[in-house]
Design a protein around this ligand. Structure first.
Ligand SMILES: Cc1cc2nc3c(=O)[nH]c(=O)nc-3n(C[C@H](O)[C@H](O)[C@H](O)COP(=O)(O)OP(=O)(O)OC[C@H]3O[C@@H](n4cnc5c(N)ncnc54)[C@H](O)[C@@H]3O)c2cc1C
Ligand code: FES
Length: 367
């Protein structure tokens, strides 16, 4: 005998059908907007809505960095210290997505979290957040992600090597791990003492004996190389190391740690992709948008498109979040990280990450 079990959503309670009718009526009244659009207007952070946040405050940290206090929507999940969040913000009518490490303590009494942003020259989002963003602004959020975090079993000895805004994920870790981290060295570079983001708090941690802090002020003392770090931290081989900063610094550390046979003790976080391979480039057509751009073989398709005014989906802009994926209908692209090419025959619709793919000939992107 076969029994047909009604699907849960096909069972209608009198209350449910009454609610559906009320909703349909509301839709008729509020057309062309939907009732949820009005809900979003009055309660954008409500549970069940797209995940958003509200900027509550912008707190200057240095002349070009600020911590942004964000009240997340009700569906926000707790993060792990060291993780980052993708933020979407409307600037001049265009929604821009960028990734920022979470710097606050977990479970803040006010329910907010912070990201700390350093404005870079010509940077669209970083300058907007540091210098122009106003409390009350609603932003889009994704749940926090990333694995630049302490392991379950905290190492006895830890070393953090950071430069500039690279301090942010490490500050997220330091602020939340006072008890777990008992022997910690932080080597941090910035142009001057005043440019050290969280400078006063880090110096306070050092004064309290929580960390050993080595500051390198590069305007007066020059850049710190991997060899000098080894001299400054003689027991470096015994330490698990987390590093975040410019690509050049991270590459030098990776080389040094690999040649010392301790590559597995180094964890790095990159804010920008490592571009290794470039090629010829080509003509890229965005089929739905109708725009065609000439892109060189070193420029990610995402950047080439945005420079031409095409509104593109994006996120971390370095190949980790898949927020920029679009179908390549036809053509060839090259992965800028390893030179691998992806070829799409007409109509294939192969998905590519536009932030780390450059044209390697003529391409049609379904966008
Ligand atoms: C996982 C992750 C975590 C991050 N966490 C933080 C953080 O906590 N704090 C923070 O300030 N930033 C962080 N970033 C970097 C951030 O996402 C943006 O890349 C940065 O703010 C620049 O964006 P923009 O719109 O201002 O610059 P854009 O307008 O995108 O770029 C302007 C110019 O600057 C160059 N550029 C882009 N990014 C950088 C960069 N990081 N350094 C130097 N030049 C750059 C571009 O090539 C371009 O020429 C993180 C990035 C990732 C991937
Ligand atoms: S924007 Fe994150 S993978 Fe491309």
């Amino acid at each position: 005998m076969t029994t047909t079990v009604p699907r849960p959503n096909s069972v209608r309670s009198p209350l449910g059908s009454l609610r559906d009718r009320a909703l349909r009526l509301a839709e008729m009244v509020t057309t062309p907007l939907l009732p949820v659009d009005y809900l979003d207007l009055f309660d954008p952070l409500r549970s069940g809505a797209a995940l958003r946040g509200r900027i509550e405050a912008v707190l200057p940290e240095t002349r070009d960095a600020a911590s942004i206090v964000i009240r997340p929507g009700k569906d926000w999940l707790p993060h792990r210290p060291g993780q980052y969040v993708r933020i979407g913000i409307d600037i001049d009518g265009v929604r821009q997505w960028r990734a920022y490490s979470i710097t606050s303590v977990l479970d803040r009494a006010d329910g907010c979290f912070t990201v700390t942003v350093k404005a870079i020259p010509d940077g669209k989002v970083s300058n907007h957040l540091v210098h122009r963003a106003k409390p009350g602004t609603i932003i889009q959020l994704d749940q926090a992600t990333g694995d630049f975090c302490l392991p379950e079993e905290t190492p006895e000895k830890a070393l953090f090597v950071t430069a500039g805004s690279g301090i942010t994920p490490v500050m997220g870790i330091l602020r939340n791990s006072a008890e777990q981290l008992t022997d910690t060295v932080l080597v941090h570079s910035a142009p001057t003492a005043d440019d050290v983001v969280f400078g006063p708090e880090l110096r306070q941690m050092a004064a309290e004996g929580r960390i050993r802090l080595i500051e390198q002020h590069t305007d007066s003392a020059g850049m710190l190389d991997a060899r000098s770090i080894a001299e400054l931290v003689p027991d470096l081989h015994e330490r698990a190391t987390w590093a975040c900063g410019p690509v050049g610094m991270l590459e030098a550390l990776e080389e040094q740690w690999a040649s010392a046979g301790i590559a597995d003790r180094l964890y790095t976080e990159r804010f920008r992709p490592r571009i290794l391979v470039t090629g010829e480039g080509g003509t890229v057509t965005f089929t739905k948008n109708g725009t065609t751009v000439e892109a060189d073989g070193a420029t990610p398709i995402l950047d080439a498109a945005e420079d031409a005014g095409v509104l593109m989906p994006s996120g971390c802009r370095m190949g980790i979040c898949y927020g920029c994926v679009l179908p390549l209908r036809e053509g060839v692209v090259r992965d800028l990280r390893n030179g691998e090419t992806t070829i799409a025959a007409p109509g294939d619709g192969v998905l590519i990450q536009t932030c780390i793919s450059a044209a390697a000939g003529a391409c049609d992107i379904d966008h």
